[in-house]
Every structure is written in C-alpha cells, then in structure tokens.
Design a protein around this ligand. Sequence first.
Ligand code: HPA
Length: 278
Amino acid sequence: MDYPLLEKATQVIQAAFPSARPAFAMILGSGWSDVAGAFHVRGELGYETIPGLGRTGVVGHAGKLLWGDLAGLETLIFQGRRHYYEGEGWTPVALPVFAMKHLGVRRLLLTNAAGGIRRDLVPGTLMILSDHINGMGVNPLVGPHHPHWGPRFPDMSHVYSSRLSTLLRKAGEELKLPISEGVYYAASGPSYETPAEIKAYRTLGADAVGMSTVPEAILARAAGIELAGLSCITNAAAGISTENLSHEEVTETTRQTMPLMKRLIQAYWSKLAELADR
Ligand code: HPA
C-alpha cells in the first residue's frame, strides 16, 4: 500500500470539504450509486481528482465522493468502489477506509451486488452480511505493519456489528420489507465462478458470492470502525440457474430494486440517528 499517497489523498479530501466532520460513511457497490439521492449533498469530488483513487472503469459505479447528510447525520458517501481485480493493487481499494478513518468516521455501511448461492436468495433480495469468507487468496493487510490499521493481527471474530445489523433488520421490518441474512464469499474475480466453485463455496458455508467488500471490511474492522454490510442479490450464482451470468443482469436487477434499496437506507439512517453514542 502506498501510504504517502493515501495521506495525500486524505489531505485533498480534507481541503475539499474543510468543515466536514462525518461520523458515518457508506461505500456504494455495483448498481447502488443512486442510493445517494436519499442524502442532502453538500459537496462532491470526482474520484479522478483524488490521488491514488482514480477513475473506476466499472459500469454501475459513479466514481464520486459525496459529503452530505441524512437524518441529521453527516456522512461520506463513496459512490462507486475500486476493486482488487482492476489490478492497481490495494491503494485504491483501501483509500476510502483510510481516508474516512482520518476524517473521524466511526460507522460504515458497505454495499455490494452479489450472486445468490442459497436457494431462497433470489434476485432482488436484500441480504445483511452476517459474516464473510475471504476467498480472494490475498489480504489487504499484507505488507509492513501500519499503526493506522490497529494491531498486526486484528481480530475478525465479529466483523459485522450485531447492533448495526439489528438496526438494518428493524428498518426492514418497519418497511415490511423482508431482509435476509447470510455469509458472503469474496472471490477475486473478474471472471464469474464455475458451477463447481459455487458448489464448493456452498459446502464451505457461503450463502452469496461477490468480488468485493471483504477487503474494506477487513481494513475497517482492523481500524476500529463499526460496520455493517448489505448485498443486493442480483442473480442466481453459476449453476444455481441455467442462465449465463452477465454484468448487465447485475445492473438491471439493482435498477429494479433501487426503490427498496433507497427506502431501506433512509429507514436505517433514521435508526442510526437514535443511537445513544452516535
Ligand atoms: N458472482 C460474483 N460476483 C457477483 C455476482 C456473482 O454471481 N453477482 C454480482 N456480483
């Protein structure tokens, strides 16, 4: 990881939003960008103007950092994410987490699009991450130890905060929106999985599969940020249905599910505003 570059990026963000004191942040994954429309936006910065972040080349990722608020909570919104499979190493992937920690963020929501492995996780289902399996074969904390990320060997027993997950569940109940829960398996991508791989992941205990989120979750947890994760199930994983997989299907499902995603985020932010220690 290029720490001088990460520090420079943080300074650029601070200079762009000098009065920002966000305690909350969100990273919007594939197809999630329009959720930002629920926020009152006070400032924005294109990813290409942030050193080390750069433009995201993936369709469905807007590539803007927004500073805004919802339910009275100042929030940094990373509208689009950089992925390990883009081949630029960990710096662009870790940058949002590094910068938000510097800016004082204490609570994070990670979102993504995922393929459903468990049969009930049909397209359009929203799934709270109860845990994850890092199947990327790499870990973003490999390299010289940097105190920013906490201890050398950070605990990962409770990556996803049970109290934040409860708030997400309650927000869903209020909206009469059934929300599922499950274990997310992160593969490196960018090729989709084979049916045999999906069978193997199911045996390992995975309920859904994607190509992101886990690196940021590891980094945020290590850095002491309380976090929750939310997947939009966009397709049945390979071999679960007979259809071939495509990114178009992923973005089309998120487009159709957007009204629910937006309402859930609004209801969740109202719940966050009730936290005694916010
Ligand atoms: N596999 C991996 N990543 C994904 C999928 C999938 O089926 N759907 C959306 N992102």
